[in-house]
Write a protein of this length. Structure first.
Length: 637
């Protein structure tokens, strides 16, 4: 079944029963024909048929209902649809008619809407929504096409049964989760593997061979897919690259950078797991070679293809672009952006591409008036090749892109803050020292930077040599103290508790001093002004029991008794055991910290690769002083 021009059409099936996936086929045709007026309802059934169709209908701004799985005889289809996160209502069948009628009355009732509806009831209302979206998500949609944003906002109001714009804005202000839902609703994009088969065929035959031509073995082939959504497009491009490389019987380093601002979509794309419905978009040969079927009927992208891709969350508008690229595949993303935004992004793509690099756009997109930047390879397939403009490709001084920064506070800043607050820091130090009279104490932050020093600490700390050296207690600690101090401070930071180490042998001027170390977290309201967690390092002379020498005539050599020798041996063994225990604790602490770091590095590896690529280019601020009239021309184009 298919929907065409408002009428239901019946077609002869082209696939055997069990492989037809007729619900996806029907839902997709409904979305293409009715667009935002499309409504689909997924009822009881087995398998995952309908999942891709649900995404197509939501991508056009339609509405999706699904049956509550608890009320179904077969819950496979409803559960798969609900798992997409795109279902607006999850109801038992008895409650669906009333909700359906209420939605239709809200969205399409009260007479037929004029063909040319106003931008919205209030431009100020839309600006407020943009402010709320930017405040919560960090992304600015004010330069997106108003028709697209208006349609999604209207749909959310209809789902929530809110008729008044001010009421909806008030609802968003008091319900942060609703802002996130609207953000995700705006980002829904219709996508599939090898979408627009003919265009991908031209890409395979015309553009992909160009990427490998005259390229030495083991060279890198770099591709960027901005707006990758759930990953179908970048995986399709990676498959074409792998097939061509195998046909040439040469090895190249294939890299496909896939980015999107939707974190959920990036996570789904990174997993490489898809429903069985993708079998309608991929040939059986490619499905067998590049996918592994799960027991549940779904498919997972093979490791061979998965290793080619690097997924990352990135905002094309404000984040730096990738550079030195051979191909950019940006399909059906520009159609959601206004003319002002488009005229910034096309030159950005020109900067990111290598000479003779290829730009692959969607069927409804073009480079507009930027004919001096790109030459058409195939107008119908929207393939363009980068032209050499003859201008020097340099990074401009003024940039509007927000580079990702790691927020750190230099030790000099902390030290300066400490100098400005000398009196307060002294009070903190001396108040804690009331319990440790006569001890040497150092107030430090969690990195060990010294903020305040109490007492003469020369026997435990030695000054560093050189200009502009950092006053860090971990670097200044003498031999015998440094390792144990590092371990103790690390434990105090992690556990937020006092750490005590006794009997340390600290080397001082060719001799040893036995000391006790205490690292004490300072609990006070002062951290709010320094933005630092504070710790007090206390060093005290340790009372140790030295081997007792028997009394005798001065100058007479006394032979220790067996009991005294045993006591001395026990003391030496105890000292060695203590040192071994301290070293074991240090090693365990280092191992735990290393394991934690490895886990963090593993989970953020792809994002860091993306950031590194972005930082290499730092991007080009587009020359827009002569482009004001091109906005109108691009609209007409």
């Amino acid at each position: 079944m298919a929907f065409l021009n408002g009428a239901l059409q019946l077609l002869e099936p082209s696939s055997p029963r069990g492989q037809r996936l007729p619900i996806d086929f029907f839902f997709r045709s409904l979305a293409a024909d009715q667009r935002e007026r499309a409504i689909c309802i997924v009822l009881s059934g087995t398998g995952s048929d309908g999942t891709l169709g649900v995404r197509a209908i939501k991508g056009e701004g339609g509405m999706v209902m699904a049956q509550n799985p608890e009320s179904t005889e077969h819950d496979g289809m409803p559960r798969t649809a609900i798992a997409t996160g795109l279902v607006d209502y999850i109801l038992p069948p008895a409650e669906m008619p009333a909700q359906l009628i209420a939605y239709v009355d809200q969205a399409f009732g009260k007479g037929v809407r004029p063909a040319t509806a106003p931008a919205f009831r209030s431009d100020d209302g839309m600006k407020k929504i943009f402010v709320l979206l930017r405040a919560q998500t960090g992304h600015d949609f004010s330069l997106y096409k108003p028709s697209t944003i208006n349609r999604r906002v209207e749909r959310r109001m209809a789902v929530l049964q809110i008729a008044n714009m001010e009421e909806y804005i008030s609802y968003l202000r008091h319900t942060p989760a609703a802002v996130q839902v609207l953000f995700e609703d705006i980002l829904i994009n219709v996508t599939s593997f090898f979408r627009d088969t003919e265009a991908f065929k031209v890409l395979e035959e015309k553009a992909i061979p160009e990427l490998f031509q005259n390229r030495p073995a083991d060279a890198a082939v770099r591709v960027w897919v901005p707006g990758c959504s759930t990953g179908e497009e970048p995986y399709s491009v990676a498959i074409l690259l792998q097939e061509k490389m195998e046909a040439l019987k040469q090895n190249f380093k294939l890299q496909v950078f896939a980015t999107d601002i939707d974190a959920k979509a990036v996570d789904q794309a990174r997993s490489g797991h898809y429903s069985g419905s993708i079998a309608t978009d991929i040939s059986p040969e490619r499905l067998a070679r590049f996918f592994v079927q799960d027991p549940g009927g779904g498919y997972r992208v093979s490791k061979l293809i998965r290793d080619i891709l690097i997924f990352s969350e990135q905002d094309l508008i404000k984040d730096p672009p990738f550079s030195k690229l051979d191909l950019i595949s940006c399909r059906n993303l520009l159609i959601y952006m206004g003319a002002e935004l488009q005229k910034k992004i096309i030159p950005l793509f020109h900067y990111a591409l290598n000479p003779k690099g290829v730009l692959f756009l969607g069927t409804s997109e073009s480079v507009g008036e930027y004919h001096e930047l790109f030459a058409p390879l195939d107008r119908q397939a929207k393939l363009y090749q980068r032209k050499d403009t003859g201008r020097s490709e340099r990074v401009p001084v003024v940039m509007r892109y927000s580079l990702p920064l790691i927020e750190t506070l230099p030790s000099r800043t902390i030290a300066r803050a400490g100098m400005d607050k000398k009196a307060s820091l002294r009070e903190i130090t001396e108040r804690v020292l009331l319990k440790h009279y006569g001890a040497i104490a150092v107030l430090v932050n969690e990195r060990g930077d010294i903020l305040y020093l109490h007492g003469h600490a020369g026997q435990y700390l030695e000054p560093l040599i050189g200009e502009q050296v950092a006053n860090n207690i971990l670097k200044m600690a003498r031999k015998g103290l440094q390792r144990e101090l590092t371990t103790a401070l690390h434990k105090a930071v992690i556990n937020k508790a006092t750490v005590v180490v006794s009997g340390l042998r600290v080397k001082t001027n060719g001799d040893f001093t036995i000391a006790d170390l205490t690292v004490h977290p300072v609990i006070t309201g002062f951290e709010s002004t320094t933005a630092e967690k504070l710790f007090l390092v206390i060093l005290e002379d340790s009372p140790v029991l030295l081997p007792i020498r028997p009394s005798g005539t001065p100058g007479t050599e006394l032979i220790p008794t067996a009991q005294q020798e045993s006591a001395m041996a026990d003391a030496a063994v105890e000292t060695l055991r203590r040192e071994l225990h301290i070293k074991e604790e240090y090693l365990q602490s280092a191992n735990e910290e290393l394991e934690t770091s490895n886990e963090e590095l593993k989970s953020t590896n792809e994002e860091m690769q993306s950031v590194n690529e972005e930082l290499q280019s730092t991007n080009e601020e587009l020359e827009t002083s002569k482009e004001e009239l091109q906005s109108v021309n691009e609209e007409l184009s």
